[in-house]
Design a protein around this ligand. Sequence first.
Ligand code: UD1
Length: 415
Amino acid sequence: MGGRIKVQGGRPLYGRAQVPPAKNSVLPLLAASVLCGSPAALLGPPRLSDVEDCLAILRAAGCQARWQGPNLLAGGPPSRCRLPQAQAGRMRASILFAAPVLARLGRVETWLPGGCRIGSRPVDWHLSALEQMGARVCQVGQRLVLSAPSGLHGACLSLPGPSVGATETALLAGCAARGRTVVENAALEPEILDLAQFLNRCGGCVEGAGTSRIVIEGGRRLHGTAYRPMPDRIFASTLACAVASARGRVTIAGCSPGLYAPVLDVLEQAGCWVLRGAGWASVGRAGPLRGVGLLETGVYPGLATDAAPLVAAALLSARGQTVLVDHVFEARFGCAGGFEAMGAAVSVRGRTLHIHGGRPLHGADVTAGDLRGGAALVVAALGARGSSRIAGREYIARGYGGLEEMLRSLGARIG
Ligand code: UD1
């Protein structure tokens, strides 16, 4: 799936685009399916390399994992505790499989997860939560072995930070553990709520998801269910930023504008117009954009760290400055070199990207170094004059199913 994405920029986008289910919801739901006694059906998930990697992990654990038309049938009890290094090692979300396999089999052998190079991304909070619930953790090099021969027990967990992944690990472990688990300082992201709703539909008992205190009554027998994962708010943000970059007018359907309100608000402030409805938003740009000053990422409902490079790409040639600070990951703006190659006046200092603005973009040969940074280069290329080639397509394929087709259907020249 390597190769380059070619973009002939400067063509406005028009039409309607349907937002697919969220990758960041589908991956934890696939991990949760390990807890189910019978397979779950996930309805319409995107076909992405990260999803395929999760299916390989499920199969290695002896669970079911197969496409059935547009849906995914996944889960059932695991029978093997050794997870494959290739898939576990290249995807951050692989750590989410540790808790359910451990809880079901009393042991899991996995690997420190890889993923996008946007910062150090340790998993210490996941491991500490599992230790507090009775697991023994042994790490040798990249290899992780967790054991809990007499199962996990509930615990009062206070996460050191509101980590999305560590909250998901705590939910998964808590559902399988004996007794009650309380998670304090839980992440508020809507994907947590989606996971809790799924677990409850499978027979679990999770309360308070979407707030910073989640209570789980563990030890219930879980069964599969049919479930449609929530829409991908970062995909929706990508489309909105693409219109802001390329100009035009697009209705983004199937995703509540409230889920990516900070992105829509910034684009509006920069001079786009935005109409919001129930489950849709229309974004349009006719004239020049203006810089918006200081923007900071934050945990939900703040500006999502994943959206930061996309917003940056939309504002590269705006008149006036924009300063983006990412408080979540220390190396979020690896795409800045690509922006510069397209003629943008940008500089990175630590966690901060300065966009000096005012310069028109031109096409260039650039390289994606991570998922969202790669998508940001596509967004910038759509608004640049001339042709661009973006290498590192495999990064973008990790998180975007059908983005190129969708942009083509809106009038972009991309392939
Ligand atoms: C998830 C998303 C990712 C998004 C991120 C923040 C998925 C599959 N990925 O990633 O797209 O960018 O949330 O919204 O859902 N941390 C630790 N130790 C830990 C865990 C986290 O120090 O054990 C730190 C991280 O280094 C980071 C911060 O906590 O600085 C937040 O990370 P976290 O919320 O865990 O991100 P992910 O769950 O990996």
